[in-house]
Design a protein around this ligand. Structure first.
Ligand code: ADP
Ligand code: 5GP
Length: 211
C-alpha cells in the first residue's frame, strides 16, 4: 500500500495552527491528526484522546524512558511529545499525518524522518498575535506573556521550513494549506505509487493504435 506523508506544522502560539489543522482533518480526505501527549492541563472544551492525551509528568517521563516518542520537548513550561507507534501505524495505512508541534520538535522530526513536509504559520502582525491570544482567553496574562516571549525566538525559525503561510484571513490561509497538500500529493513519486500504474498507459491487444 502507498505510504502516507508526514506534515509538520509549527507556529508561535496564537497564530492559528490548531484552527488550520482541525479544518484540514475535517475537510480534506486522507488526513489524520497526530494526538500528542502533554503534561499541560486541559483547556475548557478540550477532550482527552482527541486534542491531547493529558498525562502526568511521571507518566510522560516513563514514555520517554521507553523511547515511545519520535520527538518531545518542553514548551512554555509543559512537556509535549509525539507517539512514534501511533504515527507510524497511520502512515503505513496510507494516511497523511499532521503534527502540530513546536520548533524544537520539528527539528527532531526532520532529522529522524527527512521526508517530512514542514509548514510554518505566521500571524499577519505582532498586534494580531497578541489580540488572538488575549481573545482566546485560554491562558492567564502571565502565561500569555511567556508564549509571546517564546514567539520572538520561534518566528526566527521560519526559514528552516519548506512552506510558510501568513494566517491573516482564515479562508485564504486554509486555501494555501490545501494547495500545499495538493502539490505534495501530486509529486511524481506519490502519483506513481498510488493513483496510476504506468502499465495502463501502454496499448493493449484491443488498441486501435496497433490495428
Ligand atoms: P494556535 O494553535 O496556533 O495556538 P489557535 O488555532 O488556537 O492558535 O488560534 C488562536 C486564536 O485565534 C483562536 O481563538 C482562533 O479562533 C483565532 N484565529 C485563528 N485564525 C484566525 C484568523 N485568521 N483570524 C482571526 N482569528 C483567528
Ligand atoms: P498548546 O499548549 O497551545 O496546545 O501548544 C503549545 C505548543 O506546543 C505549540 O507550539 C504546539 O505546536 C506544541 N506542541 C503540541 N504538541 C506537541 C508535541 O507533541 N511535541 C512538541 N515538540 N510540541 C508540541
Amino acid at each position: 500500500m502507498e505510504r502516507g506523508d508526514l506534515f509538520v506544522i509549527s507556529a508561535p502560539s496564537g497564530a492559528g495552527k490548531s484552527t488550520l489543522c482541525s479544518m484540514l482533518v475535517e475537510k480534506v480526505d486522507g488526513f489524520v491528526f497526530s494526538v500528542s501527549h502533554t503534561t499541560r492541563s486541559p483547556r475548557p472544551g478540550e477532550v482527552d484522546g482527541k486534542d491531547y492525551f493529558f498525562v502526568s509528568e511521571q507518566e510522560f517521563e516513563k514514555l520517554v524512558a521507553e523511547d515511545a516518542f519520535i520527538e518531545w520537548a518542553r514548551v512554555h513550561g509543559n512537556l509535549y511529545g509525539t507517539h512514534r507507534a501511533q504515527v507510524m501505524e497511520q502512515l503505513s495505512m496510507g494516511m497523511d499525518v499532521i503534527l502540530d508541534i513546536d520548533v524544537q520538535g520539528a527539528k527532531q522530526v526532520k532529522s529522524k524522518l527527512p521526508g517530512a513536509i514542514t509548514i510554518f504559520i505566521l500571524p499577519p502582525s505582532w498586534q494580531a498575535l497578541e489580540e488572538r491570544l488575549l481573545k482566546r482567553g485560554s491562558e492567564d496574562r502571565k502565561k500569555i506573556k511567556t508564549r509571546l516571549q517564546n514567539a520572538l525566538k520561534e518566528i526566527e525559525e521560519v526559514s528552516n521550513y519548506h512552506y510558510c503561510i501568513v494566517n491573516d484571513e482564515l479562508h485564504v490561509a486554509f486555501g494555501e494549506l490545501k494547495s500545499i497538500v495538493s502539490a505534495e500529493r501530486s509529486k511524481t513519486r506519490r502519483v506513481l505509487a498510488g493513483k496510476i500504474d504506468l502499465a495502463r498507459l501502454r496499448p493493449g491487444p484491443d488498441s486501435w493504435f496497433l490495428s
